[in-house]
Structure formats: structure tokens, C-alpha cells
Design a protein around this ligand. Sequence first.
Ligand SMILES: *Cc1c(COP(=O)(O)O)cnc(C)c1O
Length: 471
Amino acid sequence: MDYISTRGKAAALDFEGVTLAGLASDGGLYVPRSWPKFTQAEIAAMAGLSYVDLAVKIMAPYVAGSLTEQELHGLCEAAYGRFSHKAVTPLVQLDQSNWLLELFHGPTLAFKDVALQLLGHLFERFLSNRDTHLTIVGATSGDTGSAAIDAVAGREKVDIFMLHPDGRVSDVQRRQMTTVLAPNVHNIAIDGSFDDAQAMVKRMFGDPDFAGRFTLSAVNSINWARLMAQIVYYFAAALQLGAPHRPVAFSVPTGNFGDVFAGYVASQMGLPIARLVVATNVNDILHRALSAGDYSAGSVTPTAAPSMDIQVSSNFERLLFDLEGRDGALTAARMQGFEASKAMQLTPAMRTGAEGIFASASVDPEEMGIAMRRAWDDAGQVLDPHTAIGLGAAHRLQDAGTLDRAIPCVTLATAHPSKFRDAVERATGLRPRLPTRVGDLFERAEKFDKLAGDYTTVRDYIAARAVPAKG
Ligand SMILES: *Cc1c(COP(=O)(O)O)cnc(C)c1O
């Protein structure tokens, strides 16, 4: 499989190349040249496979040319062997129409582990035959950082520099990053929002004084390998609910549009998905874009669901590229316009294309609390704030008739409730306990540096500590 940039200029790369590169050199994001398709018979034959065997079937076309199926199988076994549930992503029924897909059984209690545990192994595998030292630079609203750090801590030939917005991640999230003392892990708390941190990282990738000196890589969801790993659980859930003979809907708590884009890819590959609900909190740029064509960034309001406190969703560009007929020059012009003005209008054709599969809802704190209590009353399930926003959006669209109650709706449970236990306690009075697998998180020492939210300061801090490409 080869991969092209959404902005049409960067050279095509193979799977190994896109995994190590992250962002394309023209500022675009890599996507496969075409979507591999499965027939309905091929999908039907996937029923009953173990998670690892299913993962190999779904991902094999994407890694072709870079890994054999056997190698991929070994990496998936290593990655998913660390999950605390044998099913990896178990499905739980809430009521007649609603299910939860529990994606939080990995080491750091959020769905990011599903992709990042695999990515850690992919990095190791691809670096083993190269004379390269990788410098990962990332920004996190909390969960990506902890999952990425767990996935690469102590690995050879990799350093990770992770920026998080100071004081805007939960104490569990912060400690999951800052208590990892491996020398290749560098935590930086910056004065600013997640969007500020993400903008700095993007700028570093395009900064000739910086990017040229290191072999930079990305672990946020601009990295294709992450999205690829997330396609698998859409298939896993839908197969359990009767796909391909029966369509299934998904409600996805959304921030950077990575997780829900993986659902879009699953549908492009042939999985019969009736609807993908893009659930946002009050930071609702995606809801405005999908419901009114207005993709314009406001300022970020901090909420109880910090991983969704985002105004600029990187992966939306991948959808725009598809909606634009995969025209890189058009996408580049549109994105450059957006970067300059922070606003973009979707064309009627793009809106019609998106409406074919997406629906959206913005869920406020009150509705989030109602969804949490309803899951507890109906099914004895404690939800984290992100998941509750997903379920709240599903309820709203079912009440409005946008979602047919006869079609099973799977809300992605993106984090374990204990990761956000203060917010859960405020909304429900219940204080979720940390699973024993996180151990003595609150007794461990923390290591991180605080920096001003100033690009040059942060860049120079990293440049002074990273391993140059050629030494
Ligand atoms: C990252 C994250 C999200 C948002 O996912 P995107 O892929 O950025 O849309 C939602 N919930 C939780 C708990 C997360 O960690």
C-alpha cells in the first residue's frame, strides 16, 4: 500500500515511511491511495475471530509491503496481550438500543492504548533495521500523552517529548505521564491550552531550524498507524451485533476527529454503518461544521471532558480531502485559508457527502450528567465524562428520530471512569476506584518541567535535549 498527502505535494510513502514520519512535508496528512474493500461475504467470514486475528485481517492491506501477516500477527499479540480483558474491547449492553464498547482496558485506561501499544511495537520493529534515532514530539490533552509514554518508555532509539497544558489535565492523567522516569521520556507542562501546545508541535515540524536537525515523528492521531489500529474495533463491535447482515450505528466522543474518522474508514471498507454520531461537548466546531457547514474556530472552554476541549480537529482534513474528491491542491488551498482566517465554509457538495454517514450533537454538562445517571440507573454502568457525552448524543438523536431505535447504537467508551473520578463524582456522587493495574500511581515521584507558552522557549528546550539525526 502506498500513502499520499492530503495536500498533494509530498512524495508518496510506504507504510513504514508514514509510520515513522507523522506529518507530510507539505503540511498535509497521509492517507492510503485508495480504501481497501471487503465484500459482505468476507466480512461475514470474520465473525468469531479473536481480536488479534481480526486485527490482522483488517490491517493486512494497509501494511502490505512493509510487514508480513505473520510479523503483524506477532506485533498485535504483543500489543494486545497487555490488555486486562481477554476480549480486548468488550461490548456491554445498556438497554434495548444502546451498547457500550469498552476501549479502556489497556495500561493507561483510555482508548488511545489500542493504537499506541501497537505503534510502540511498530516503531521498534522499523527502527531495528535503521541507523536512526527517533524524536517524538507530541501535544496532549491528557490521554495521548500517557498512552504514548507507556508505549515507548525505555525503548531504544526513541526519545519522547510530550507537551501538556499545565493544570488542564486530570491528576490521574498527569501522574500517568510524569511518574514514568525512563530517561527517554520528557514531560513538559506549558502555560496555555491544548490547541496552543498542538500549534507549537505543528510549527516545529515545519521549522527548518529544527525539523532538519532531528528525525521527528508524531504519535498524535495525525499518524496514520493510529487510525488504522482503531478501525479494528468498529468491525469487532459490528460483527458481534450482526454485521454485515444488520447495520450498526456508532456514537463517538470526538476531539481531534481521529477515532470517528477510523469509523468512516471502516464504512469505506464495506462495513455497513448506518450512522456515525460525532459527539462534542460545548467546544462544538465539528457539530457546527456538520450541521451548518460552519467550520470556524472559537476559543476553547475547559470542560469535564478535557480530551474533547479542542477547536481545531487535525483529522478533519482527511475527511475534507475525501469529500473534495481527493483533490490535494483544493484541500491545500482550503486548509491554508483556514489556517489564515480560522474559518471555513463547507460547500453544499461536501455537506451532502458528509450527511450520508455523519450526524452530530453538542452535549452540555447537564445532559452529560443525565446520561451518566441513566447508565447507572438502567445498567449499573459508571461512565467517564467523554463516554457520557457520546451516550448523551445518542439519546438525543434517538429522541429526535435521527437515529432509528431498531438499529443498535454503540457508544465508544473512550476512558475508564476512574481516570476522571473527580468529574464523575461531581456528576453522580459515585467515586470510581482506580483499577489495581495502575498500582501505586499516587505514591510515585513525578518528573516534569514547566515552560512558558512561547514557541521559541519550547523548541529550544527540546533541541537542547534531543538526539540529532546525524551525530
Ligand atoms: C482522545 C480522546 C477522545 C477524542 O478522540 P479523537 O480521536 O481525538 O476524536 C475522546 N475521549 C477520550 C477519553 C480521549 O482520550
